[in-house]
Structure formats: C-alpha cells, structure tokens
Design a protein. Sequence first.
Length: 305
Amino acid sequence: MASVGQLGYIGVGVSDLDGWKKYATDILGMQVYGAESDGTTFLRMDEYHHRIVLHPNGNDDVAYLGWGVPTLEGLEQMAAQLKAHGVSITGGTREEARARHVIELIKFEDPSGVPSEIYYGQEVCYPDPFNSPKGIHGFVTGDQGLGHVLLNVDDVDTNLRFYREALGMRISDFVVRQVPGGGEAMLAFLHCNPRHHSMALGKLPMPKRLSHIMVQLNNFDDVGIAYDKCKNQGLPIIMSLGRHMNDHMVSFYVANPSGWLFEYGWGARSVDDDTWQVQLHTGGDIWGHRMSGPGHFSEEPVASN
C-alpha cells in the first residue's frame, strides 16, 4: 500500500492577520517569509519555503492540509490509490502548484470535507537559512513534517478508515477522554513516518474542524521560555505544562488569534513500525496539562474497566 510521507504544510483561514503574524513570530518563533498581493502570508520553520500559510479570509479554521510524498511516482501511486477507494481527485494547476511552492499536487476532500492535497517537490531555501525572530534552537521537522494536527470530525471510524486505507497511514494508538458536559471521546492517532502521530481524529464538542496544531522544539528550554512569556503576557494558556501518556510529549497549549490552539512541545517518542504495538490509553496525561481555561477535555482520566 502506498502512503503519504509527511504532513508538509497547512493552510489556515484567519481574520486577524496582524495578530497572527505577531503571535507566530513572538510566541512560536516562526519566521514570516513573504506574502502575496491578497495578504496570504507564509510562515517558515526550517529550510523549506513555508510550513504554515495564513489566508486572510476570516474563516479562522483549517483551509487545507498538504501531505508530502518524495517523488512523482509516489504522487501517481497515491492518485491511483485514492481513485481506487472512490475518492474524487483533481490535478492542481501550474498556478496552484506555484502558489504552494511545490512541483505538482493533487486535490481532494477527506470524509469530513476538509480540503486536502498531496504534493511532491517542496521548495527549499538553503541559501537563505531559517532565522527565528526569537532565536530558538529550531523545530523537529525534516522527514517528520511540520508536526501534527487534531481534527474534529463527524465520524471517527469513517475518517480512520479513509486515512488508513486511502492515504496509507498507520494507527499509533487510541485515547479515551472525558469531554465537558459528560460523555467520552475516543481519539485515534495515526502516523506516516517516525513521528508518533501526524494526524489525530476525534468527534469533539467544538465548532471548528481544527482543534490544534502541534509543533515540536529541539530544545526544552525554548518550551519553558515560551510558557513563561505566555503567562507574563496574559495569553490564554488552555492546558498547562504536562506530559502526554501516548506520545510522551512535554508541552502546553495556548490559544491563537483564531481561537483554536497551538501545542508547543518537546521530547516526544518516535514510532518504529517493525516493533510498534498499538495501545489504548484511558486518560491523556502522565502529569500536568491541567485545564486553565475553556478547552476540549476535562482534567480527569476516564476510569478503566
């Protein structure tokens, strides 16, 4: 089975572009790397031209997900696999590929209607090294992609089948969490490279498709410094510093100008498909990650049977 190789880029719709640029540079340590005439703004995290694209369309939610494959042959295999699973795809135009700074791409929607793309040949900018305005020690990217996303979906089973069978992703584990107002949410975590998960899926009590984006830092002190800065500036930290059970990430969650969250973390474990065993976790955290504002999950783990 063919598989996507990484979550290479994400497009998000925003209403407060200036607020987003300040947040991305001052809090996250990303680099604003040019803009289009309509205000579309690129955010850089490494040697690639961009990893996140801000579209000032007022939607304040995910605009598209970009999944990378290494070669044209890989793109053709993914196109055939999607068609075999009954997915309607369209080829990206030269103008669309140029706008994404890739050689070629195909476009489709996932079962919840999230616009998605698969591409190959992402533009690199080696002569102009990544320069974080915060002076951080960089992000864990490379063949692991930009990080991960948690999507709010209509039907977890349907989406899990799609991402496994049509995109070739593998299950990492499952987490059961209590949600505000009672009830439980079963979250599914999937990987397509050594990163523990590039995609998480859950049916969540929230109005947006995008729950959060996670970015992983190379240096733990960069996480702690950002945590202090958010607290000192009074930014809404929704989940305090803590460590997850499943991926072992030490992180915190802070709201962005669009109202959903960024997870800012360090130290996650990786997946080896030859030895990995899928697990079920009936709680999200080994320690910490206490709710300190409106969020998607309660603090208490679900009791095991």
